[in-house]
Design a protein around this ligand. Structure first.
Ligand SMILES: [Zn+2]
Length: 445
């Protein structure tokens, strides 16, 4: 069977001729509004034929138009908002080589597998590339109407990369998880600082994407990548189906088992330590729930087995350290509970945001206990930098907040909050009661 992109390409080429050899990247940057409009219609065609979606969501449509117009940009879009579509579809419409910098092998492999399944030529430069493969890829880039090359920032400057792209100038540079570029961000990765070398070498449009960036981190991304007059698209991080709650000082056990037994679908419980995940998984199993632990100390096959059983719904609950969840997009996660305290609002929000991606009601609850605090303190230890400490302090302030939690987190990310909140324990304590399976409580009670 023809895979969708190839089928689309064959029809498109028959009607309009090749599109990816038109002009230099600079010409594209100067493309008129009419051209962009034409390209946008083609993008809608690609979305329908290759992804099977009727049209872009409003926020994606903005991002796609801007990427098509060839300008530099910064896209702030929460996870699950369809970030990758906003550069993959334009990549197919404009053709040529798109270089994608991404921090994690699993994220790259996921995206490459998804693209390949749609008939799109894509490759992730992970451990297994040798000179023979590099030469083969070099030829593939010429033959394919569009090609996506994924690599970790550590590969920039490697001779193999030079072989793969020899004779080609990428038509655009995409920096995914761009907050890793900022030492103010929570996942600073020094190799991200190498990316500006590619910027200067090629002078091609560069689009940075991230799901979590404070205004300071966003400024840092634009500065370090030297983005020229970038468009900025910040989509609301507000998720009105996701209820935020914090429980102070109570033993999480009874609340947690009650919440998890009365919801359907899958759940994730995060703890800060590996031992903690084993202990909590055992406690939940004793309470009759299907739970399994997941942490980086387990053998790779065992981790894969646990993740697979959870993805298929055979194990409803995974009790994990922060090693779990990157690149996972499971729509029916109903509860993300933290029995350990996250080290930053960014980390917490990324984990909590895995709940309720299907748009149905979901709960993020943090159990703020003295044990949980001291356990996180111990992990941070003496080695924590001043910035790490200040991010942790912001997390604690959010936990101690006596006003709307949504306003707290949106304010932290520099975003406007909705006038009315219906999804946090400060604004709607009655709804917290129903998650906990208790009669409604008033703030005074
Ligand atoms: Zn609220």
């Amino acid at each position: 069977m023809q895979r969708p992109f190839r089928a689309w390409w064959r029809v498109f080429k028959g009607r309009f001729g090749s599109s990816h050899s038109q002009g230099s990247p600079l010409d594209r940057a100067n493309a008129t509004a009419t051209q962009t409009q034409m390209q946008y219609r083609r993008a809608q065609g690609v979305l329908r034929a290759v992804w099977g979606y009727p049209d872009f969501r409003a926020n994606q449509a903005h991002a796609v138009r801007r990427v098509l117009s060839g300008s530099d940009g910064l896209v702030l879009m929460p996870t699950g908002g369809g970030k990758s579509i906003s550069f993959q579809v334009p990549g197919l419409v404009l053709g040529g080589l798109t270089l994608v910098i991404s921090p994690l092998v699993s994220l790259m492999q996921d995206q490459v597998a998804t693209l390949a399944g749609r008939g799109v030529a894509a490759f992730a430069m992970t451990g297994s590339v040798d000179l023979r493969v590099a030469r083969f890829l070099n030829r593939r880039i010429v033959e394919a109407p569009a090609f996506f090359l994924y690599l970790a920032p550590e590969r920039i400057g490697s001779p193999l990369l030079a072989t793969i792209i020899e004779g080609h100038v990428p038509t655009r540079l995409i920096v995914d998880e761009a907050h890793c570029i900022s030492s103010w961000g929570h996942d600073f990765r020094p190799a991200y600082r190498q990316i500006h070398r590619l910027r200067h070498a090629w002078n091609v449009p560069c689009v940075a994407l991230t799901a979590t960036a404070t205004p300071r981190v966003a400024r840092d991304i634009c500065r370090v990548l030297d983005l020229q007059d970038p468009f900025r698209l910040a989509f609301s991080f507000a998720r009105d189906n996701l209820f935020f709650a914090v429980r102070h000082g109570v033993d999480p056990g009874p609340d947690l088992t009650r919440i998890l037994s009365q919801v359907e679908g899958s759940s994730i419980v995060y703890d800060a330590s590996r031992e903690g995940t084993e202990v909590w998984a055992e406690k939940l199993r004793r309470a009759g729930l299907k739970a399994a632990a997941y942490h980086a100390g387990m053998a790779a096959e065992e981790r894969a087995r646990v993740q697979d059983a959870w993805l298929r719904g055979r194990t409803r609950i995974v009790v994990a350290t922060n090693a779990f969840g990157m690149g996972i997009d499971k729509p029916d996660v109903r509860v993300v509970a933290h029995v350990g305290i996250p080290d930053s609002i960014e980390a917490w929000y990324q984990e909590a945001g895995r709940a309720g991606r299907d748009g149905r009601p979901a709960l993020s609850i943090v159990f703020d206990t003295p044990d949980a605090r001291s356990s996180r303190e111990a992990i941070m230890g003496m080695g924590a930098t001043r910035r790490q400490r200040s991010r942790f302090a912001a997390m604690l302030r959010w936990l101690e907040r006596e006003a709307c939690r949504n306003w707290g987190v949106l304010g932290y990310f520099g975003q406007a909050a909705p006038d009315e909140c219906t999804a946090c324990d400060q604004c709607r304590p009655d709804l917290l009661g129903s998650w906990l399976g208790q009669p409604a409580r008033t703030p005074m009670g």
